[in-house]
Ligand binder design. Structure first.
Ligand code: ADP
Length: 447
């Protein structure tokens, strides 16, 4: 096992990785920008290194600075967390070339899944159903029109290199399509430095259901059941739960098995998530995330397994600590993403935290790097806390969520706590009758 791990991230996920390392007896190195000198991940780590100024491209995305930090501190491995360099294949390669272990899958698998067109082809060849769409990237408008007519309108124009819910455009007919393709291509070029776009059937009322898998370097693969992440705004997840209230055990078992077989076939090793849209009893693969995800705690809650620890064990060449037959779903879990944003306009709300009180009690977990007096910098993602509740049933979870959201105090900035309070009070949420557009309708209805 590694003696020392460098955590190439910030915020709650840097803390999460630090905690897993400490419990494994591994020393930690934090890296930080000048804006994060007082951040909790820096305070808790055994060592810390400043890697540049506030803008992420000069610090958390600054590969030479991160490698120097690993060298001077004698770290053996680098955990990228999520975001930043976590899905950057060349980073994974450079890390290995410099003699460090990248805690994640191989550069080859990151690149394969980072290009969504390739990902869909590979995953489909491995036996997983995918959203109907173009076979490859779309380069000319006449071809786009032919493919779209085949798929049937409405269609979604998506960026092959896309992420974070950006670079998607719906087209309801050919006129819209001829406008959407160049617009999406330009947006993709600017955001992802890759102008390749492809087409998919636009599903009208699907749920977003994703399967968490773990695979080691010895060919062992397990799935940790699924998460339902249908509550989204601008294609970004707001609240996630596990298991999905809509699947029965047979459907769950079947999709889990399909995912394990595919992952085994492509030789993937690390934690990973296969994301699906689910409509009328059918699953359609959309993409695979090759990293730890923000919403991993709901899976940890129902499986009683530390997923981050597994990623570290896998990178160290160890075998998975569980077999599929050891895994069972225990109760239900829900996570609320609490962002430093106005709960109605979603305008960012950075600033000084004047008061911070986290809820507690049975079945309550808060993952956050906030503390009273801390200043939330304006330079990074607005996620400032995750509240995760676990209970015997979904109903118990909702009651616990209501109780804990009421206890939580984050003073000095605006947060999305009131949005969560509002959405969990909705009858449609109680009956789990929602799809990926439900939350946007709720928010629009109030505006
Ligand atoms: P990203 O990598 O940017 O997160 P995804 O492909 O994972 O993009 O899609 C993000 C979200 O966009 C999905 O959870 C879903 O809400 C919506 N979406 C993606 N593809 C489709 C589709 N074919 N039809 C309808 N909605 C879609």
């Amino acid at each position: 096992m590694f003696g020392k791990v460098l955590i190439a991230n910030r915020g709650e996920i840097a803390l999460r990785i630090h905690r897993a390392c400490k419990e494994m007896g591994i020393a930690t190195v934090a890296v930080h920008s000048t804006a994060d000198a007082d951040a909790m991940h820096v305070r808790l780590a055994d060592e810390s290194v400043c890697i540049g100024p506030a803008p992420a491209r000069e610090s958390y995305l600054n590969v030479p600075a991160i490698l120097s930090a690993a060298t001077v501190t004698n770290a053996e491995a680098i955990h990228p967390g999520y975001g930043f360099l976590s899905e950057n294949a060349s980073f994974a390669e450079i890390v290995a070339e410099h003699g460090f272990k990248f805690i994640g899958p191989s550069a080859k698998h990151i690149a394969m899944m980072g290009d969504k067109v390739t990902a869909k082809r590979v995953i489909s060849e491995a036996g997983v159903p995918v959203v109907p769409g173009s076979d490859g990237p779309i380069d000319d408008l006449d071809k786009a029109a032919r493919v779209a007519a085949d798929i049937g309108y409405p269609v979604l124009v998506k960026a092959a290199g896309g992420g974070g819910g950006r670079g998607m455009k719906v087209a309801r007919d050919e006129t819209e399509l001829r406008r959407a393709v160049p617009a999406a291509r330009n947006e993709a070029l600017v955001s992802f430095d890759n102008g390749e776009v492809y087409l998919e059937r636009y599903l009208g009322r699907p749920r977003h259901i994703e399967v968490q898998i773990l695979a080691d370097e010895h060919g062992n693969v397990v799935h940790l059941f699924e998460r339902d992440c249908s509550l989204q705004r601008n294609h970004q997840k707001i609240l996630e739960e596990a298991p999905s209230p809509t699947l029965d055990d047979a459907q769950r078992e079947r999709i889990g098995q399909i995912c394990c077989d595919a992952v085994r076939k492509i030789g993937y090793a690390s934690a990973g998530t296969l994301e699906f849209l689910y409509e009328d009893g059918e699953f359609f693969f959309i993409e695979m995330n090759t990293r730890i995800q923000v919403e991993h705690p709901v899976t940890e809650a129902i499986c009683g397994l530390d997923v981050v620890r597994e990623t570290i064990r896998i990178a160290a060449g160890e075998r998975l600590s569980v077999r599929q037959q050891d895994l069972a779903i225990n109760g239900h879990a829900i996570e609320c993403r609490i962002n430093a944003e106005n709960p109605e306009t979603f305008a960012p709300s950075p600033g000084r935290i004047t008061e911070f009180h986290t809820p507690g009690g049975l079945g309550v977990r808060v993952d956050s790097a906030l503390y009273s007096g801390y200043v939330v910098p304006p330079h990074y993602d607005s996620l400032v806390a995750k509240l995760i509740v676990h209970g015997a049933t979904r109903e118990e979870c909702i009651m616990r969520l209501r109780r804990s959201l009421g206890e939580m105090v984050i003073g000095g900035i605006e947060t999305t706590i009131p949005l969560h309070q509002r959405l969990i009070a909705e009858p449609d949420f109680a009956s789990a009758a929602y799809d990926i557009h439900w939350l946007e309708r709720l928010v629009a209805g109030s505006g």
